[in-house]
Design a protein around this ligand. Sequence first.
Ligand SMILES: Cc1cc2nc3c(=O)[nH]c(=O)nc-3n(C[C@H](O)[C@H](O)[C@H](O)COP(=O)(O)OP(=O)(O)OC[C@H]3O[C@@H](n4cnc5c(N)ncnc54)[C@H](O)[C@@H]3O)c2cc1C
Length: 478
Amino acid sequence: MTDAPTLVWLREDLRLDDNPALRAAADRGQPVACLYVVDDEVAGTFALGGAQRWWLHHTLNTLRADIEKAGGVLILRRGDARVIVPAVADELGAHAVYWNRRYMAWQIEQDKALKETLSDGREVKSFNGRLLNEPWQIETKTGGPYKVYTPYWKQVQARDVRNPLAKVTKLSAPARVPESDNVEAWELLPTRPNWAKGFEPVWTPGEKGARQRWREWLKTQGPSTYNDSRNRPDLDDTSRMAPHIHFGEISIVTMYREMQDKIEAGEVPEEHGKVFLSELAWREFSYNLTYHFPQMFDEPLMQKFAKFEWDNDNDQFTAWTKGLTGYPIVDAGMRQLWHEGHMHNRVRMIVGSFLVKDLLIDWRKGMDWFWDTLVCADPAANTASWQWVAGCGADAAPFFRIFNPISQGEKFDPDGDYVKRHCPELAKLPKKYIHKPWEAPPFVLRDAGIELGKDYPRPIVDHGSKRKEALARYEAIK
Ligand SMILES: Cc1cc2nc3c(=O)[nH]c(=O)nc-3n(C[C@H](O)[C@H](O)[C@H](O)COP(=O)(O)OP(=O)(O)OC[C@H]3O[C@@H](n4cnc5c(N)ncnc54)[C@H](O)[C@@H]3O)c2cc1C
């Protein structure tokens, strides 16, 4: 059979290395065309948020260049994938259509429907290009999904992880290439105002940027101190690989295997390297949960929380989003999120607890804000993590474990460096008051150039009394 092109529908696997669908297409030995579809229609509330649109713009530009360098083509289209994928397959005269699987209920439904439509005379195949283990591959002894992380992690460790597949370096383009949109015309970048300015010095979207960050991080002290330093936002020692992983610019198999090799070679101490691997498994656990309990995207997994009484005060919610709550560690986190599209994991837990348990605002509002502002926003990880923070998810932090924003700040940002980085108006405040400026005597505030209520807000709520209120509300649903 000559010139029987293969169509590879790329989704959250925007790479040429260890890409099972693309590898299989290249190995077919026929011309290959790649397709990316921005599908806001079917995605509904999971249409890409603003920060991710910025990322998508840049990653698609680099992906196109990488594919073209290998001799292939990338077609871009916008709209309902259920219509576009078969249309492009027809225009191309594709004999085969391949993709890597996704795991949200609506995505699975879409893939099933497409498989049926496309199978009419074509070979249609899907692959695992996103996870170490697919959600149905790890079950409890009695069958069914794990709801507790530790035994799940044990199972992950007991299973072999396959070898990464060779990078696709050579593709042949089809004779007739269907038309492509221009990514510039999609207007994914913010302009008025350009709120993503702060992203540019921090991130390099694309496969090359992912590989580079991963390699560089492996050379830092981050992996060798991970179990301790991962909790310290001031040190900023974590990998920051999350957005690259989310867009599939690097494969999780590659990362897992390379960290395993470093541990075996004695280059990363086992007690630290293993914790990093276990964090990758937390991501998988989120996929496991949301695959088996898709209601989690909208509802608390623990049903009793459906009756929880929220205040949902709009002004307080706005103060939280803007980093103007008067609690420095919370404000630093929320401002980091806005400026960089990222927030340190420890601080995500602190701001989440503050929203839910101090402000008594529904965790779903926080989840939606993160969805719009995080460059790594991931349906599974974001949903499962918010439910964890709110105490209503699987293996969640118990509701009565309420983070104290002052002691959390003092413990994990002991010199206040993280706060000072993101709340520069507090930069001159002595360490003793950096996490509780309202306790500073007037002359200290004056020397630091701060007038509370003018240069920096007074706390919008009193943590002690809100803590009691939150516990009382919890008692009411117990
Ligand atoms: C409220 C809340 C919301 C979150 N939303 C997201 C989200 O939308 N997308 C997302 O990728 N992560 C989310 N996380 C998990 C975690 O905060 C980020 O993965 C991590 O901070 C990313 O930084 P890093 O790449 O430097 O992580 P590292 O510490 O270097 O970890 C390496 C990788 O492991 C994975 N990982 C680490 N911790 C977790 C975790 N707790 N749960 C799931 N995966 C994890 C990520 O892929 C991460 O890139 C959320 C956590 C909380 C508390």
